[in-house]
Design a protein around this ligand. Structure first.
Ligand code: CDP
Length: 231
């Protein structure tokens, strides 16, 4: 069976990573969470004091980019790879609202994007990969055989993210999550370098009213049809 590349882009908290993991596991593909990479660079900047309150020392981060080593290590129990920042598993730390508050500013820095996009292209060079993010179908894998663009209303997305963070035990309000989701949408869609836009050949999926299972079945069918079309 031929292997394809599946690019999943879309707004924050649209369930991209959930469906990407399900697809990768069903097809025996590698799942790559590109957002986790931007989040890990943001965590590095926060830990090094390069971001304080509203002050982001971009130049210092660019200068230190070579010292940031990112890798993915497969977790047998979970069935997918987890991200490491300088050989430390940072999966939990990168998902906080604090990291979410600054990640879009960090992701707008062209030097950061250049470094991460190069790693992402390498991870997908042998196909058989499902990658989710903001510029996967437009910049990282413009030739991907299947491109999806996920959307849902801001309220629905904030509800989902709020529930997720609460379940983890984070002390946050729904309003703060909604504000973060809309602010990130704004920065991600208006930045100069690789803004979040739907690739011409991407299939748009609005999952505001789809259950996770309905969404998964719909996308799995699209993937199978794409693979069969190549056989
Ligand atoms: O919160 P959510 O899971 O939707 O976002 P994420 O996929 O973890 O990505 C976090 C942030 O990283 C986004 O809001 C973007 O600013 C940035 N990002 C990006 O610029 N390009 C990507 N390919 C992936 C993420």
């Amino acid at each position: 069976m031929p292997k394809i590349t599946i690019a999943i882009d879309g707004f924050s908290s649209t369930g991209k990573s959930t469906v990407a993991k399900q697809l990768a596991s069903n097809l025996g593909y590698v799942y790559v969470d590109s957002g986790a990479m931007y989040r890990a660079v943001t965590l590095y900047a926060l830990n090094k004091g390069l971001i304080e309150e509203d002050d982001f020392n971009k130049e210092a981060l660019i200068y230190q980019l070579e010292q940031i080593h990112l890798s993915f290590v497969f977790n047998e129990e979970l069935g997918y790879a987890e991200i490491q920042l300088n050989r430390q598993n940072v999966e939990k730390e990168i998902r906080t609202l604090r990291v979410s508050s600054f990640v879009s500013q960090v992701a707008a820095v062209p030097e950061v994007r250049k470094k991460l996009v190069a790693i992402q292209k390498k991870l997908g060079e042998h196909k058989g990969v499902v990658m989710d993010g903001r510029d996967i179908g437009t910049v990282v894998f413009p030739n991907a055989e299947l491109k999806l663009f996920m959307t849902a209303s801001a309220e629905k997305r904030a509800e989902r993210r709020y529930k997720e963070l609460k379940e983890r035990g984070d002390d946050i309000t729904f309003e703060a999550v909604l504000k973060n989701v809309t602010e990130r949408d704004h920065i991600d869609t208006t930045r100069k370098d690789s803004p979040l836009i739907k690739a011409k050949d991407a299939i748009e999926i609005d999952n505001s009213n789809l259950s996770l299972e309905e969404q998964y079945q719909k996308i799995l069918q699209l993937a199978k049809m794409t693979i069969e079309g190549l056989e």
